[in-house]
Design a protein around this ligand. Sequence first.
Ligand SMILES: [Zn+2]
Length: 188
Amino acid sequence: MADANDVHIHWMKEAMNMAQEAFDAGEVPVGCVFVRDSKIIARSRNRTNELKNGTRHAELVSIDRILADPNLTPQPCQYPLSETTLYVTVEPCIMCASALRQLGIKEVFYGCSNDRFGGCGGVLSVNSSLGHPRHPAYQATGGYLRDEAIMILRRFYITENSNAPIPKSKANRVLKTEISAWNASQST
Ligand SMILES: [Zn+2]
């Protein structure tokens, strides 16, 4: 049987493929896969620019598909993701982290942390230490393909994001390749 770490890296590579698809489409490059019973049941990437909808983060795009598919969600239940694990290239934001908790996600693995909007420890720990009277906590662990997740964000932000609400000139930006001091603060 494969080492657990190898399994996590395997799924995170699939999430990175979705991040690359987002990049190619001119979206902030974040991608994810949802895994149940050792199979990907949904894969998606950020679509906020395409749909002009700031809630269309990769995680919520997949969640919508899972909940709408009668094969994946045969009947309404309180925690439809209780047997499902999320792999996402960037730490889920507070909005997504909360949705995941409300749907009972089993566990989350992510690439780089998000110290501007992160909901799994980056800003708030919506996944665990933030108390909730009903919805169970879930574990979220970062660091899987972290450098790749950071570099694709950097490659994106070095170019002009023409759909950003407040365009900023980034003409003088230089692609940095040193990783340690950087994080995903510009990721969403
Ligand atoms: Zn989000």
